[in-house]
Ligand binder design. Structure first.
Ligand SMILES: Nc1nc2c(c(=O)[nH]1)N[C@H]1C(S)=C(S)[C@@H](COP(=O)(O)O)O[C@H]1N2
Ligand SMILES: [Mo]
Length: 228
């Protein structure tokens, strides 16, 4: 009788302990708004083989940036009706989530195929209201980097601002909190650590590498050395 009660107490204590551990793991592993994501990286998606989030070369202009999600804001300004500022939670919770498998090609000769998950830039622009005459979207980053893309490309191709890759929240090295998934454009268009999106009417804006001689269009189906 006494032994039965003791065993019962031990089982209750073990159960409470297990629940506490699971709760702590969940708090540590998940950020608000991405709690539906599995904790482990996926390496295949709908029959496609994926690269690993470790298969990247880190050669950003000033090394990895460590952005604090709780103080982070994304500003949307320029040729818009309403300038907007979003917190990390607002961005990941308010806008619909999309996933797609896209390959990043760096001009240095490596590539990585990843299942990206994010929000559509055009959904953000819709809320800000793009003014007539705008034709360019400029992405600025925490490290001072920038690059631009045509507005029609951003809208027609459903270009994503990704917060996760292979079902894992972007690591700092890969651009946390957001990297642009500039499909069919060279890696230098894939701005990491995005902090500001400026809608512009300056088609000739040149970003960090573009102002140092990289092709402004950045299409991977064109010759990289073919200035344009
Ligand atoms: N903010 C920022 N974004 C950036 C860069 C950078 O230096 N700073 N480098 C670009 C280049 S040249 C490439 S190829 C890709 C590479 O992504 P990765 O560093 O995650 O491998 O990031 C792009 N985005
Ligand atoms: Mo690159």
């Amino acid at each position: 009788m006494r032994r039965g009660r003791r065993r019962g107490q031990i089982i209750v204590i073990l159960l409470i302990g297990a629940i506490a551990v699971l709760y702590a793991l969940d708090l540590a592993g998940n950020r608000p708004g991405v709690t539906e994501l599995a904790p482990a990286e996926v390496r295949g998606y709908q029959g496609e083989q994926l690269s690993s989030i470790a298969d990247f070369r880190e050669n950003s202009i000033h090394g990895p940036q460590y952005v604090n999600a709780s103080t982070y804001t994304l500003t949307i300004d320029g040729q818009v009706e309403n300038r907007k500022e979003y917190s990390y939670d607002a961005l990941t919770e308010r806008f619909p989530h999309y996933r797609k498998v896209v390959t990043l090609y760096c001009v240095e000769g490596w590539d990585a195929t990843i299942l990206w998950e994010g929000v559509r830039v055009k959904d953000l622009l819709l809320e800000a209201g793009v003014k007539p005459g705008a034709n360019t979207v400029i992405f600025y980053a925490e490290d001072g980097y920038s690059s631009s893309l045509p507005l029609t490309y951003i809208e027609d191709r459903d270009i994503l601002l990704a917060y996760a890759m292979n079902n894992v929240t972007l690591p700092a090295e890969r651009g946390f909190p957001f990297q642009l998934v500039a499909e069919d454009r060279w890696g230098y268009k894939w701005v990491k650590w995005v902090t500001r999106i400026e809608v512009s009417d300056d088609e000739n804006y040149r970003g960090y590498w573009e102002s140092r001689g990289y092709v402004n269009n950045g299409s991977i189906d064109r010759s990289f050395f073919d200035q344009g």
